[in-house]
Design a protein around this ligand. Structure first.
Ligand SMILES: [Zn+2]
Ligand SMILES: [Zn+2]
Length: 105
């Protein structure tokens, strides 16, 4: 998906992980292999995380501090080609994404 010209309103899918890079290891258990990127909805925004199949199925997520989570949200905005303000706008319009809110402690 390429964005040319003006992106249409609310078109960006915050949960799109097609341009997110899979990391070398599961971010919960450090396992390597059988990995996938999963979009997660946190109180601060949507971010992407690399999980192994076992952690993904179990619903496990890494425990990150607020600043770390915010940094990852910023990175996911870059994957999506939007800025942080736009994500906030989209989130306000999509109050219920049907995803678990996770881990920011
Ligand atoms: Zn894992
Ligand atoms: Zn991402």
């Amino acid at each position: 998906m390429t964005i040319t010209g003006r992106p249409s309103d609310i078109e960006a899918d915050l949960l799109d992980t097609s341009r997110c890079a899979v990391r070398l290891a599961c971010e919960c258990c450090e396992k390597r292999g059988d990995l996938a990127v999963v979009a997660s909805h946190t109180p601060l925004g949507v971010l992407c995380v690399t999980l192994c199949r076992a952690c993904g199925l179990a619903g496990r997520r890494p425990r990150w501090s607020g600043p770390r989570g915010a940094d990852r949200i910023y990175q996911h905005c870059q994957h999506l080609g939007i800025d942080r303000a736009r994500m906030s706008t989209l989130l306000a319009q999509h109050r219920h994404l049907g995803l678990p809110e996770v881990w920011l402690s």
